[in-house]
Design a binder for this molecule. Structure first.
Ligand code: IMP
Length: 174
């Protein structure tokens, strides 16, 4: 590990797909409601920044910092919550913004934490999903791209804190 990343989706392809996701989300939430986006740190920050501008109505945002990954490229299998969202989700339309759903453990843990607080609705939008890696069945209502069992970096996603600033999504060989 690890060679130069190979481009998987260009910045233009990502931009087009994020616009579509924003349109879909705009239609899924009642027009009179303000959706509350909860982004999973750190990988989803760039996705959140673009997605919230693609939703054509007011939104509010918050962050959750939890991870099943340590440093490197493999899930530890145990989800740690470093920081829960600070805002109340009760009776609100919540949209979880996730960079990539891999085993599904991180998303499942966050969903359960939020569902305990009785939101009005709860949906997840993930930029990427790797279904072949799933260890738990967890709903993901909107997906940007489905990828094979690659380790993906760029557009906020890292390997050992590297590559987050790439404007495109790329694969590193392991
Ligand atoms: P899960 O709990 O196994 O679904 O892991 C989800 C989290 O693992 C994501 O939010 C990422 O932080 C990290 N992750 C999983 N796969 C990748 C990848 O291919 N590239 C970068 N981060 C990844």
């Amino acid at each position: 590990m690890c060679q130069a990343p190979t481009v998987l989706y260009s910045a233009q392809q990502i931009h087009a797909r994020v616009s579509e996701l924003g349109n879909s989300l705009s239609q899924m939430i009642p027009i009179s409601e303000t959706p509350h986006l909860i982004a999973v740190l750190k990988g989803s920050v760039i996705f959140l920044a673009d997605l919230m501008r693609a939703i054509r109505r007011p939104v509010t945002i918050d962050f959750a910092y939890l991870s099943s990954y340590g440093s490197g490229a493999n899930s530890s299998g145990a989800v740690k919550t470093f920081s829960a969202p600070k805002s109340s989700v009760r009776n609100r339309h919540i949209i979880i913004v996730e960079d990539i759903v891999d085993t599904g453990l991180t998303l499942s843990s966050l969903r359960n934490q939020l569902l305990d607080q009785k939101p009005q609705s709860l949906i997840t939008v993930a930029l990427l999903t790797k279904p072949s890696r799933r260890r738990i069945d967890v709903p993901v209502e909107l997906i940007g791209f489905t990828v094979a069992n690659h380790f993906v970096v760029g557009y906020g996603l890292d390997f050992d804190e590297k590559f987050r600033q790439l404007p495109h999504l790329a694969v590193i060989d392991r």
